[in-house]
Design a protein around this ligand. Structure first.
Ligand SMILES: NC(=O)c1ccc[n+]([C@@H]2O[C@H](COP(=O)([O-])OP(=O)(O)OC[C@H]3O[C@@H](n4cnc5c(N)ncnc54)[C@H](OP(=O)(O)O)[C@@H]3O)[C@@H](O)[C@H]2O)c1
Length: 342
C-alpha cells in the first residue's frame, strides 16, 4: 500500500459525556487538517484500534489513574499503525503501537511510539491482544496478584472476553483447574471445547449459582472482570487463603450508582485477600511477560481470538459491543486498508 501523507484526517472526538450507556450523542466524526510534523515528530497511519472496556472509564469525569478525555478531544485508544515519515528512531514503513486514538492519521512525538517486531508465529496485530495490554493484564493479574499455583481452582468472570479468555488459558498452562463464567451458551462451549478449560457457567442461566455450589463448591483464586453481584457471590465460595483479583468491574461501568458488597466478611473468616491492580504498575517487567507469552505462542500453547470490525465512524457502536456481550475474544476495529495476517 502506498505510504502517502494526506493533508487532512478524519477523527472521532468526545462530544458529550454519557450518563449511562454510550449513545448517538456521545461521539462525533469530523475532518481536521493533519498537522505537519515538527522536530522529533512523525506522521502515523492508524491501521487498527483496540477497543477496551476501560475506555468507558476514560470518558467519565472522575478521579482515576488517567485524566478523563476532554470534550472535543480525539477519543483515546491503543492502536497499531504504520509510520509515514522518517525520524531519528523510526523510519517510513515501520509498524508501531501507541495511544493514537480514534483517527485515520496522527502526528505524534517519536518518543511516544513503540516500534514493534512481531516474534515468530505472530502478527503485528497481536500487540493489541496477547502481546499487548490484554496479555500483560492477564499475566500480571494471575501470576503476581493471584499468585496461582498448580492444582488450585481458578474462577474467571468475563471469561470469554479478551482479558478473561487469556487468563483462562494461562490458568490451564500453569496447572490450575479453570472455571469460566460468561454470558452465552456458545461462549461457554468455546471456552471448554476450544480453550480446554474444565467447566463454564452461563451467568444468564437460572440456577447457575446453585449448580456451581454443587459441582465446583469453592475456589482458590477468583479473577474478576465483572464486579457487582458476581463478585459478591464468589466471596461466599472462597477457600482458606483465597485470593480475589480485582481486574475490572464492567457490570458497573455504565451506572451512576454502585451497591456495596454484602459478603465481604468471608474475607475474614477465610483469611482471604482482595486486591485491585493496574497493569501499568508492572511496566518494568513487561519484557519478561512478553517473552513468556511469545514462547507459549511459538510452542502452540496459546490460542488467539479476535473479533474484528471495520470503520472509524462506527467505532462508537463497536465499543458498545463490549457492554452488550457482543464480542468473543479481543475486539479491534480496522481503520486503514492494511490487513493483519492471522
Ligand atoms: N486492571 C487493569 O489494568 C485492566 C486492564 C485491562 C482490562 N481490565 C478490565 O478487564 C475487564 C475485561 O476488559 P476487556 O477490555 O478485556 O473486555 P472484554 O472482556 O473483551 O469484553 C467485555 C465482556 O464483559 C462482559 N460483560 C459486559 N457487561 C457485563 C455485565 N453487566 N455483567 C457481566 N459481564 C458483562 C461481556 O461478556 P458476556 O457475554 O460474558 O457478558 C463482554 O464481552 C474489564 O473489566 C476491564 O476494565 C483491567
Amino acid at each position: 500500500m502506498a505510504l502517502t501523507i494526506p493533508s487532512s484526517t478524519k477523527r472521532v472526538h468526545l462530544a458529550k459525556r454519557p450518563k449511562d450507556f454510550i449513545d448517538g450523542q456521545t461521539f462525533a466524526l469530523e475532518t481536521i487538517p493533519l498537522r505537519t510534523p515538527g522536530p522529533g515528530e512523525v506522521v502515523v497511519r492508524v491501521d487498527y484500534v483496540a477497543l477496551d472496556a476501560a475506555m468507558r472509564g476514560w470518558i467519565r469525569d472522575m478521579r482515576s489513574y488517567v485524566p478523563p478525555v476532554k470534550i472535543g478531544e480525539t477519543m483515546r485508544a491503543y492502536a497499531l499503525g504504520t509510520v509515514l515519515t522518517d525520524a531519528k528512531t523510526v523510519k517510513k514503513g515501520d509498524r508501531v503501537i501507541g495511544m493514537f486514538g480514534w483517527a485515520e492519521f496522527v502526528t505524534v512525538g517519536e518518543s511516544s511510539l513503540r516500534k514493534i517486531t512481531p516474534p515468530p508465529y505472530t502478527d503485528a496485530l497481536d500487540f493489541l491482544n496477547l502481546l499487548g495490554l490484554t496479555g500483560l493484564t492477564a499475566y500480571f493479574g494471575l501470576l503476581r496478584v493471584g499468585n496461582i499455583k498448580p492444582g488450585e481452582t481458578l474462577v474467571v468472570s468475563g471469561a470469554a472476553g479478551a482479558t478473561g479468555s487469556t487468563v483462562c488459558q494461562f490458568g490451564k498452562l500453569l496447572g490450575a483447574k479453570v472455571i469460566g463464567i460468561a454470558g452465552a451458551a456458545d461462549k461457554c462451549k468455546w471456552l471448554v471445547d476450544d480453550l480446554g478449560i474444565d467447566k463454564a457457567y452461563n451467568y444468564k442461566d437460572k440456577g447457575w449459582k446453585d449448580a456451581f455450589k454443587k459441582e465446583v463448591r469453592t475456589l482458590d483464586v477468583f479473577f474478576d472482570n465483572v464486579g457487582g453481584d458476581t463478585l459478591d457471590f464468589f466471596l461466599t465460595r472462597l477457600n482458606q487463603n483465597a485470593r480475589v483479583v480485582l481486574c475490572g468491574a464492567i457490570s458497573g461501568y455504565n451506572s451512576q450508582s454502585f451497591s456495596g458488597l454484602r459478603n465481604y466478611m468471608a474475607l475474614i473468616t477465610q483469611r482471604a485477600k482482595i486486591e485491585g491492580f493496574l497493569t501499568m504498575d508492572y511496566a518494568d517487567q513487561y519484557s519478561e511477560a512478553e517473552a513468556a507469552i511469545a514462547r507459549w505462542i511459538r510452542e502452540g500453547k496459546l490460542k488467539r481470538k479476535f473479533h474484528i470490525e471495520t470503520g472509524l465512524a462506527e467505532c462508537p457502536q463497536h465499543l458498545a459491543l463490549l457492554f452488550q456481550g457482543g464480542n468473543t475474544g479481543k475486539l479491534v476495529v480496522r481503520i486503514s486498508q492494511e490487513q493483519a495476517r492471522l
